[in-house]
Design a protein around this ligand. Structure first.
Ligand SMILES: Nc1ncnc2c1ncn2[C@@H]1O[C@H](COP(=O)(O)OP(=O)(O)OP(=O)(O)O)[C@@H](O)[C@H]1O
Length: 260
C-alpha cells in the first residue's frame, strides 16, 4: 500500500442530496478504501451517476459531507482535486477535434508528480496503440470510450470514479478493463468506484452498493447483494427473471476463474 493511502479513501458521511424539493438521497454513508473496486448498481434513475458526481465534487450535498483523504472534496482547489480524483462521465464528448493521443495526453495536465501511466502505456492497455494518430471522430463508440478511459488513467488520480465505463465495450474489453482496474487498485492502492448494469461484471467486484430511488437497498460482497431476491426487488422483476440473473452471475464467476 502506498504511503499516501489515506488520500485514496473516498467517504460519504450522512450525505443528503436532492435535485428538487421532493427529496432524493437521504443520509447516505459509505466508504471506498484504497485498493478497493466498488460497484454502484441499480435501476435507471436510482442515483448512481448522482453519487459519482457528488464524489467528484460536481454536485454539493445539501447535508453531510463527501470526503477524500479525510477532507471535504469541495475544500480542494481545482488542480489539487484533479490530482486526487478522476471522473469519467457517462456521456462523453466524442465530437472534439483531437487525435486520440492528444486527448489521452490531456489527462496529464493536472498532474504534479510522476505519471501513474504514460500516454503510450494507457493507449496500449486500452488496446488503442494502433489508433494514436486517428481523430476521435474516426473511432467506433467503444473505441471512443476506451480513449476516454485511457485519458482518465493518465491523470494518475488516487480515486477513480467511472460512470458506466463498460457501456459499449465488447466482452473482451469489458474484461480487460476489469482486470486493468483490479491491477491499478491492487498495485497502486487506488480506490475505484464505478457504476454498471452488467450483473456478470458486478459479480467480479470487491463490493457492491445496490441502489433504488436514491437509497442503498443492499451493500456488501457481490454474492450477498446479487441474490435473486435482491435483484427482483431492486428492479421490480418477477421470479421469471431469476434464471436470467443466475446466468449472468455465473458468467461473472466463470470469468473470474479463468487463468490469466
Ligand atoms: N440535473 C438534474 N436535474 C433534475 N433531476 C435530475 C438531474 N439529474 C438526474 N436527475 C434525476 O435524479 C435521479 C437519479 O439520476 P441518476 O442519473 O443519478 O440515475 P442513474 O442511477 O445513474 O441512472 P441510469 O442507470 O439511467 O444512468 C433520476 O430520477 C433523474 O431523473
Amino acid at each position: 500500500m502506498p504511503e499516501d493511502a489515506a488520500m485514496t479513501t473516498l467517504e460519504f458521511a450522512n450525505v443528503s442530496f436532492s435535485y428538487n424539493p421532493h427529496g432524493f438521497m437521504e443520509q447516505l454513508s459509505f466508504a471506498v478504501a484504497g485498493g478497493e473496486l466498488v460497484g454502484l448498481m441499480g435501476p435507471n434513475g436510482a442515483g448512481k451517476s448522482t453519487i459519482l458526481k457528488l464524489a467528484a465534487g460536481l454536485l454539493s450535498p445539501q447535508q453531510g459531507e463527501v470526503l477524500v483523504g479525510k477532507r471535504a472534496i469541495r475544500s480542494y482547489g481545482g488542480n489539487e482535486r484533479a490530482q486526487l480524483v478522476a471522473y469519467l462521465p457517462q456521456t462523453l464528448d466524442t465530437q472534439v477535434p483531437f487525435r486520440v493521443a492528444e486527448l489521452v495526453g490531456m489527462g496529464a495536465y493536472p498532474r504534479s508528480g510522476e505519471a501513474a501511466l504514460t500516454v503510450g502505456e494507457a493507449l496500449h492497455l486500452t488496446g488503442l496503440g494502433g489508433k494514436a494518430t486517428a481523430f476521435l471522430t474516426e473511432l467506433s463508440g467503444g473505441e471512443q470510450r476506451r480513449a476516454y478511459i485511457a485519458m482518465t488513467l493518465v491523470q494518475g488520480a488516487r480515486v477513480l470514479l467511472l460512470d458506466e465505463p463498460l457501456a459499449s465495450l465488447d466482452i473482451r474489453y469489458q474484461f480487460d478493463l476489469y482486470r486493468l482496474l483490479k491491477d491499478i487498485a491492487r498495485d497502486k492502492g487506488v480506490s475505484v468506484c464505478l457504476s454498471l448494469h452488467d450483473i456478470g461484471m458486478g459479480a467480479l467486484l470487491d463490493r457492491l452498493l445496490l441502489l433504488k430511488r436514491g437509497r442503498v437497498v443492499a451493500e456488501g460482497d457481490p454474492g450477498s447483494v446479487l441474490t435473486d431476491e435482491m435483484v427482483r426487488d431492486a428492479f421490480d422483476l418477477d421470479d421469471a427473471a431469476d434464471s436470467y440473473t443466475a446466468a449472468h452471475r455465473a458468467v461473472g464467476l466463470a470469468l473470474e476463474r479463468q487463468p490469466r
